[in-house]
Design a protein around this ligand. Structure first.
Ligand code: HEC
Ligand code: HEC
Length: 226
């Protein structure tokens, strides 16, 4: 049997009745959401807050490290990378599947727009000596890679730090991660109309040489590691 609570006398409905009654009508979650909107104002796009981002890295450090330097050569460093690029990547992973990106699809799916902007601002602001963190062994020849990198400098920068923050800098990025991404551009599993024309002519040896060159630069001063 359903028990109906007596309707409160309209004349006596105080402020404290309004939210619960409203919530019952539109659902609790929607009511809370609207309350947050009402209290916080309309949430327009807000720039990332690096300090807030620093508090949101708990799910990231296992792979990307405490300081944005990843713990494995096949995982990307995030320290010092351009914030708009990092944010765009996180939004991209949200559109993928767990089969395509077993790590980053589920993690990105948990993030709200503001989390993404905050995390991107946090990682972009980290300045870390990547030479100290390099794994060491590389399959490529950095000197040969440096010569081939001339065709990449127009976008990724003469010192592997790009002027366009929508694009990734490459200085100090992890060796095996770079090789994997370059192969993915080449075989079409990572789609970029901007990158595609520059990658098709490169051999597998070119890709490992380029990765050896870029991973051997320090993200702090863009100079080759000793
Ligand atoms: C289980 C390991 C793991 C965890 C945990 C993890 N990532 Fe990743 N992340 C990866 C891997 C692997 C890639 C490369 C995926 C690919 O091939 O694009 C990646 C790529 C990225 C990229 C793109 C970098 C680039 O240069 O394109 C960003 C940004 C990123 N992760 C942010 C995060 C953030 C923020 C968190 C925490 C919310 C996080 N990741 C947690 C493994 C991880
Ligand atoms: C015309 C501009 C342009 C040129 C030239 C170019 N790139 Fe890129 N590159 C991009 C853009 C834009 C992206 C980001 C693509 C995306 O995420 O959709 C990118 C992404 C990358 C990435 C992925 C980085 C990461 O953190 O995941 C690598 C590696 C890379 N480029 C290497 C190269 C190399 C090596 C060359 C030269 C052979 C080159 N690029 C030439 C524009 C360019």
């Amino acid at each position: 049997m359903k028990i109906h609570a007596p309707e409160p006398d309209p004349a006596r409905v105080g402020h404290r009745y309004l939210l619960p009654r409203f919530a019952r009508r539109i659902g609790f979650r929607a009511a809370v959401f609207l309350l947050v909107l009402w209290v916080g104002g309309t949430p327009a796009w807000a720039a990332g807050d690096a300090a807030a981002g620093a508090t949101k890295t708990r799910a990231c450090v296992a792979c990307h490290g405490e300081n944005g330097i990843s713990v494995a050569a096949m995982w990307p460093n995030l320290a010092g990378q351009n914030a708009p690029y990092l944010a765009a990547r996180l939004k991209f992973y949200q559109t993928t599947t767990v089969e395509q990106y077993p790590a980053m699809y589920p993690l990105s799916a948990e993030l709200g727009e503001q989390d993404i902007e905050d995390l991107a601002a946090h990682y972009a602001g980290l300045s870390v000596d990547t030479c100290a963190a390099q794994a060491g062994a590389t399959a490529g020849d950095p000197a040969a890679g440096a010569q081939k990198a001339a065709m990449c400098a127009g976008c990724h920068g003469a010192s592997a730090v790009t002027a366009n923050t929508a694009w990734p800098s490459l200085a100090g990025q992890k060796d095996q991660y770079l090789v994997a991404q370059l192969k993915a551009f080449k075989d079409g599993t990572r789609v970029s109309q901007v990158m595609a024309p520059f990658i098709t002519a490169l051999s597998d040896q070119d890709l490992v040489d380029l990765a050896a060159y870029y991973s051997g630069l320090n993200v702090q001063d863009h100079a080759p590691c000793e």
